[in-house]
Design a binder for this molecule. Structure first.
Ligand SMILES: *[C@@H]1O[C@H](CO)[C@@H](O)[C@H](O)[C@H]1NC(C)=O
Ligand SMILES: *[C@@H]1O[C@H](CO)[C@@H](O)[C@H](O)[C@H]1NC(C)=O
Ligand SMILES: *[C@@H]1O[C@H](CO)[C@@H](O)[C@H](O)[C@H]1NC(C)=O
Length: 435
């Protein structure tokens, strides 16, 4: 670099830094206030665009005589706008943004981990105690009262990169969600746009339903399938939550005392879906989570009540019919799979493609969804007790712990590390204390 260029570079960096300090101050003002308004920022960054640093404070380092800063650009639309691998997209969005994108690119070459945070970006010193600004907001609320915005606020206090906005389900605007459009399933929707359009034109519904959508504070519980739920009589506590999420074919009948009776969402992939129509509960939403491209074809068949056109490509037999009206079906936002895998857990990126050990379990995907969409998040039935091989693996069958196989797709131990951080910091409550 010529000295004049170097000088210019330093000047640019300083300007950017100033802006970051200014905006992080501004950010402070609205972080725990109301939900930010979903400003229209189609195409460009209007005055509403904001810039957030990757951690609360800009990470600054001196290298080769220049000051570099690492900034992240986000819009208020709901998705973190860019990451390193997408910086090229940013080049069309104005000079200021362009420079920052370049800086980010620059900095990512030699990843800088700010002290006090682990590799994933989580605070090292996790505490149950609320940081002062949250203690002020939530400290006076009595036990058991729903705390608006609590899960996201506590999450951000241990993981400053967290941005709450990410809709639960795909809606008509799904193609504008920059974070998912460049990834193939399971991490995004690339190559599936047409079939999704087709499905959404039939389902026409994209929320939880009027009653839940209008709640000012939602408490959600994700019920895992772990044997740890067995004989704990947690059913009535589980039913108290506003949103009860169950996974795949987890049964209720015969286990009501332990797992409750209410199901708001049942999240499944084709191989996990309940096969017998009579086993579906009365009124849950059928929430579909895709892991392979062919999964969307299956969903289309289910939504349009068509005969399955082909059966190849699944790793076990799949349901032929889902007894739900199209308006009761949803597609889970694949951003949660992506975020859980690459940001929260730190599974191998593998060029953004499915690969060995880089798929989070459905339970962790559901927790990720809840962090973005619920005010309080609890879990039950999570965690395997590897130390007791005779303990039941699932609450609903007699298969023993010892039957668990090394998984090719998941990395249970790394996933558990992540979930432990959430429990330790009290971001989520673990009713069965298995995590
Ligand atoms: C909580 O209570 C303390 C002491 O009673 C009071 O000073 C503070 O303003 C209250 N905070 C909120 C958010 O109401
Ligand atoms: C279930 O728990 C009760 C006590 O709460 C205990 O007496 C009973 O033996 C347990 N049953 C099984 C099968 O573990
Ligand atoms: C899980 O992650 C750990 C640490 O990164 C690694 O050593 C192990 O091989 C991974 N397991 C699987 C099944 O990918």
């Amino acid at each position: 670099m010529k000295p004049t260029h170097k000088l210019l570079f330093v000047l640019c960096a300083l300007l950017v830094l100033g802006f970051i300090y200014y905006s992080s101050w501004k950010l402070h003002l609205y972080v725990w206030g109301q939900k930010p308004l979903l400003a229209e920022s189609q195409g460009g960054f209007g005055p509403e665009a904001r810039i957030r640093t990757r951690s609360v404070y800009p990470v600054i380092t001196k290298s080769q005589g220049g000051i570099r800063s690492k900034a992240r650009i986000r819009t208020k639309r709901g998705y973190p706008e860019k990451d390193a691998e997408e910086t090229s997209v940013a080049l069309t969005k104005g000079a200021e943004v362009k420079r920052i994108a370049e800086l980010e690119n620059d900095i990512n070459v030699g990843r800088i981990v700010s002290s006090g945070y682990d590799k994933q970006g989580f605070l090292l010193q996790l505490e149950t105690k609320l940081p002062p600004e949250l203690a002020y907001k939530y400290g006076n609320l009595s036990e058991g009262v729903c705390k608006p915005g609590y899960a996201a606020a506590k999450m951000t206090s241990i993981y400053p990169k967290f941005v709450k906005l990410a809709p639960m389900f795909l809606d008509r605007n799904f193609k504008q969600h920059t974070k998912i459009k460049n990834y193939l399933p399971p991490f995004g929707i690339k190559t599936q746009e047409r079939i999704i359009d087709n499905i959404l034109s039939e389902t026409k519904s994209f929320g939880l339903g009027e009653d839940l959508d209008s709640l000012s504070c939602k408490r959600c519980i994700i019920v895992g399938n772990g044997g740890i739920l067995y004989n704990k009589s947690l059913g009535s506590r589980i039913d108290e939550y506003d949103v009860v999420v169950r996974l795949n074919g987890a049964p209720i009948a015969g286990y009501k005392r332990d797992v409750g009776t209410k199901t708001t969402l049942r999240i499944t992939y084709p191989e996990g879906a309940i096969q017998k129509s009579e086993h579906y509960e009365g009124d849950s939403l059928f929430v579909f989570s895709a892991f392979k491209p062919i999964d969307f074809k299956w969903l289309k068949n289910m939504v349009f009540k068509e005969k399955l056109s082909r059966m190849e490509g699944f790793w076990k037999s799949v349901a032929q019919h889902v007894p739900r009206k199209p308006a009761e079906m949803r597609i889970l936002n694949p951003y949660f799979i992506q975020e859980a895998a690459f940001q929260f857990i730190g599974l191998p990126f593998n060029n953004g493609l499915m690969g060995k050990g880089n798929i989070p379990t459905l339970g962790t995907v559901a927790i990720t969804m809840a962090l973005h969409n619920c005010d309080e998040v609890a879990v039950a039935g999570f965690g395997y007790d590897m130390t007791s091989p005779q303990a039941p693996l699932h609450y609903y069958e007699s298969v023993k712990m010892s039957a668990i196989k090394e998984s090719w797709t998941h990395n249970i131990s790394k996933e558990k590390e992540f979930l432990r951080k959430l429990v330790k910091a009290n971001v989520i409550t673990d009713l069965t204390k298995g995590i």
